[in-house]
Design a protein around this ligand. Structure first.
Ligand code: AHR
Length: 500
């Protein structure tokens, strides 16, 4: 079969903001402890951070990193995580039924970010705390000096402010599992009050209000409308969270997960614009897609208390091992984000190390790349300039969940300054290869400078502790004749081609 695509830089969608390639580090399981931080490890630096993990994080190319949760943040007291380490309290984390030692806190994590070359995005606790604590944290983090809390930061070793640009007003407040879960009205009022207070202190910050934890939430749509009616003038972005998994062997629907992400984004944009229109506002609210990934959530063991004295430190939680199939779906989700670069201003892959993560580690042992590492690293490196819409004529696939969907999805980016173009494509068909005929005549004289293919004859192939290099991306043969780029994609494949 064949598909026709056109890449013309005049079909601009929006800027490729670096924040689209953000990550997320939550105090959860072995993410921080025994993940990024393992003082006894041979690769640990003088602060206890694993150098091999840092190297992989840099290679992944993550921009802004959301911290410290997640569900964790709704029980978090930020003051616990600063000051002399020996005096920091050990706390029970109700979200993940673990003990938080606070050995790694705000300062240590900021140091780690400096080493990783990424920026900090902070979430405040609006589950069990309120406006005052959020303002206090902002003062501690962003005020240069001259006040008690800014001085405390200086005394704790950071003379210059952390200067955190983006702040999340709580986490998943629509979810009944969330500590301090509220109704849309209650949360909207609290978020508006908190946003106003935070801006009184630092008008330059960007604020993200909680949207839905998923498009399948019973309150989806209603939640966004009500929350934005309260907060429209006070926030910049509304969050989206989405996780996908193969269910009941329905691989075709799983492969089409990005169709759901497309619809989710478009529904939230429509809802936000509706609220704006009803207010006669010319302001536009963008999306922070600050949790997205493949996650086999149905396999998560219960984190409900097993016993009153059972609060492990850094237990193995949510350690999904990803297959090639998962990585192809994942590559499709990145395409969906780029296709909406006009309104998705920021996104965070959830998460980064060990916990539903592209990077895995073993205590005392190696760190390695999961299959999902590759589409992220390649897209983050090649996507530059402006996202470009790619019209597609392709065969369709019948799916149980999303109906007929295109077997091929694609997006391009074009950097007018360097002349670099990148095309990202996914083939969701499972039976036969598809020949892509991509009209690139609109780019002028170009040639292929690199190509990458993620595919395996065994789509269930994984990288594991025993075999961490089982899956590696290869290259895909390309032919450029008379302005048409020919690329043949095998079944279940993700590919990227760079031209210049
Ligand atoms: O990323 C794992 C969890 O998923 C986060 O803690 C929460 O925000 C979401 O439900």
């Amino acid at each position: 079969t064949a598909a026709r695509l056109t890449v013309d830089p005049r079909s601009a969608i929006g800027p490729v903001r670096r924040r689209l390639f953000g990550g997320f580090v939550e105090h959860l399981g072995r993410h921080v402890y025994d993940g990024i931080y393992e003082p006894g490890h041979p690769a640990a630096d003088d602060q206890g951070f694993r150098g091999d993990v840092l190297e992989l994080v840099r290679e992944l190319g993550v921009s802004t990193i959301r911290y410290p949760g997640g569900n964790f943040v709704s029980g978090f007291r930020w003051e616990d995580s600063v000051g002399p380490r020996q005096q920091r309290p050990r706390r029970l984390d109700l979200a993940w039924h673990s003990t938080e030692t606070n050995e790694v806190g705000l300062h240590e994590f900021a140091d780690w970010l400096d080493k990783a070359g990424s920026d900090l995005m902070l979430a405040v606790n609006l589950g069990t705390r309120g406006t005052l604590e959020a303002i206090d944290l902002l003062e501690y983090a962003n005020v240069p000096g001259g006040s008690t809390l800014s001085q405390r930061r200086i005394d704790n070793g950071r003379a210059a402010p952390f200067d955190v640009r983006v702040w999340c007003l709580g986490n998943e407040m629509d979810g009944p599992w969330q500590l301090g879960h509220r109704s849309a009205d209650d949360y909207g009022e609290l978020a508006a009050r908190t946003a106003k207070g935070m801006r009184q202190l630092d008008p330059s910050i960007e604020l993200v209000v909680c949207g839905s934890s998923g498009a399948n939430m019973p309150t989806f749509g209603h939640w966004e409308r009500v929350v934005l009616e309260h907060t429209y003038d006070d926030v910049d972005m509304i969050s989206c969270h989405a996780y996908y998994q193969e269910r009941d062997g329905d691989i075709d629907s799983f492969l089409a997960s990005a169709v759901d992400m497309d619809r989710f984004i478009e529904a939230v944009v429509a809802t936000a614009d509706h609220v704006g229109a009803a207010r006669g506002s010319s302001k536009r609210i963008d999306i922070s897609f600050d949790e997205w990934n493949v996650w086999y959530i149905d396999r998560v063991a219960s984190v409900k208390p097993t016993a009153i004295d059972d609060w492990p430190v850094a237990p193995r939680l949510l350690e999904d091992v990803y297959s090639v199939l998962d990585a192809v779906v994942f590559g499709g989700l990145l395409i969906s984000l780029l296709k909406h670069a006009d309104r998705v201003a920021s996104a965070s892959l959830a998460q980064l190390v060990n916990v539903i993560a592209p990077i895995m580690t073993e205590p005392g042992g190696p760190a390695w790349r999961q299959t999902t590492f590759f589409p992220f690293a390649i897209t983050s490196r090649l996507a530059r300039g402006t996202a470009v819409r790619v019209p597609i004529e392709a065969p369709t696939i019948a799916t149980a969940v999303y109906g007929e969907v295109s077997a091929v999805d694609a997006v391009a980016t074009h950097d007018a300054d360097s002349g670099a173009t990148a095309i990202f494509a996914v083939h969701r068909g499972r039976d036969e290869p598809v020949e892509l005929m991509i009209d690139v005549s609109g780019l002028g004289e170009v040639e292929v400078v690199e190509s990458h293919l993620l595919h395996d004859d065994d789509p269930s192939a994984q990288n594991t502790l025993d075999d961490h290099d089982r899956v590696r991306p290869g290259t895909v043969p390309t032919r450029l004749v008379d302005g048409i780029l020919h690329v043949t994609l095998p079944p279940v494949a993700w590919a990227a081609v760079a031209l210049r």
